[in-house]
Write a protein that binds this ligand. Structure first.
Ligand SMILES: *Cc1c(COP(=O)(O)O)cnc(C)c1O
Length: 378
């Protein structure tokens, strides 16, 4: 059995160490379909910024090509999406950073966000044969990017007068779609300031799509799901990924490479942060913080060993971490540990649970998967 998992889960050769991330194309397709279902009248931007939230743009492309467009913010990543043969819409979520970026927009037919006066100035000086499709962004309360509601109309008017500009869409971004504050106040500001402006609307990230898509106020032409597409819940722990029906797009597996037998009073790892209060077996796993597993995960962080739930003990080190095998008598050297995602036996450990133990969110963990971890796409 162990050998079978080994061959099934670890088929990158030569393997530097017994650790591997698996990307599940079927899960990406499933999650994308779920987002579409939540807002059936909207077109869907698959958000693939930050190298597809750490998954790798080239690796997720097949799973996400059913989207209506790809949204990202790094111009190099936009080039990579075009290099994959994608001819549909690509949206730069932060727009141009400097004037020459607009040349790339013209050449690759990129749609781009306009969130400040300086970007309108750049457009006004840009020489292009084909006018650009732009997404004019309102700052409705997040206070990162966008025009204040009272300045939005004048920005629109200025943009609309430019020969460089084709269609203008209207967008904003919610600060609290995942929490109790919700989206009502920001939505009201957006609606009020855009009521009689033409153009398509785009407001919803994953949390707004899943939690608020049925609110009439969020009648949107384009939704922008990111995290949900990768199978992590946007509002964990209020709702789990399983609650939303999301499947993990990434699984991280490693093997046990040694077993230690502790007596009461023995400690494990740096700083002796865990001390056994009775005799116990410990498995040493070939995964550490240099692989992207957070060092901040304390004793008790959930893991799956051969598909059965257990917990970490002691401090996570650079290349290894240690797990409790006390109640898992069949587990030993060669057992497969699922750090997050799906085990060969079918059990799922959501990345959100691990992130919570580390005091962060699933987004950060998936983005931090280290380059040294071999990745296999299934
Ligand atoms: C990242 C991002 C999204 C996607 O957010 P998720 O929470 O991952 O769904 C949507 N819109 C904008 C402007 C973003 O920057």
């Amino acid at each position: 059995m162990k050998l079978a998992y080994f061959i099934g889960l670890f088929h990158v050769l030569p393997m530097p160490r017994p650790i591997q991330a698996t990307l599940h194309t079927a899960a990406l397709r499933h999650n994308l379909a779920l987002a579409r279902q939540a807002a059936p009248d909207a077109q869907v931007w698959a958000v693939v910024k930050a190298n597809a939230y750490g998954h790798g743009i080239e690796r997720v492309f097949d799973g996400l090509r059913g989207a209506d467009g790809f949204a990202l913010l790094d111009l190099g990543e936009a080039e990579r999406v075009r290099a994959l043969g994608w001819r549909g819409p690509i949206l730069l979520l932060e727009g141009a950073f400097e004037a020459r970026d607009l040349e790339l927009c013209s050449r690759l037919h990129l749609w781009h966000t306009v969130h400040c006066d300086e970007q309108i100035d750049m457009l006004a000086l840009h020489k292009t044969h084909e006018p650009h499709r732009v997404f004019l962004k309102m700052n409705s309360g997040m206070n990162r990017l966008g025009f204040a509601p009272q300045r939005f109309r004048s920005a629109w008017t200025r943009l609309n007068a430019l020969p460089q500009v084709d269609e203008i869409s209207l967008m904003t971004h919610f600060s609290d779609a995942d929490g109790p504050k919700g989206i009502a106040a920001q939505m009201a500001l957006f609606e009020e300031a855009t009521r009689d402006l033409p153009g398509e609307r785009s407001v919803s990230n994953s949390a707004a799509t899943l939690r608020h898509a049925h609110d009439l106020a969020v009648k949107a032409d384009w939704i922008r799901p990111g995290i949900a597409v990768y199978g992590s819940s946007p509002d964990f722990p209020e709702h789990s990924a399983a609650h939303w029906g999301l499947l993990p797009a990434m699984s991280l597996h490693a093997q046990i490479i040694a077993v230690q037998h502790l007596q009461a009073g023995d400690s494990v790892g740096y700083g002796s942060s865990f001390v056994a209060d009775q005799a116990m077996r410990i498995g040493v796993v070939a995964c550490g913080y240099a692989d992207g597993y957070p060092r901040s995960c304390p004793t008790g962080t959930p893991v799956l060993v051969d598909g059965a739930r257990s917990r970490t003990v002691g401090r996570v080190s650079m290349d290894m971490l240690t797990v409790d095998l006390s109640s898992l008598s069949d587990a030993g050297v060669g057992s497969v540990v699922t750090l997050w995602g799906q085990s060969a036996q079918g059990a799922v450990l959501s990345i959100d649970e691990v992130a919570q133990a580390a005091g962060t969110v699933g987004y950060e963990l998936m983005c931090a998967l280290a380059a040294r971890v071999p990745v296999v796409v299934v």
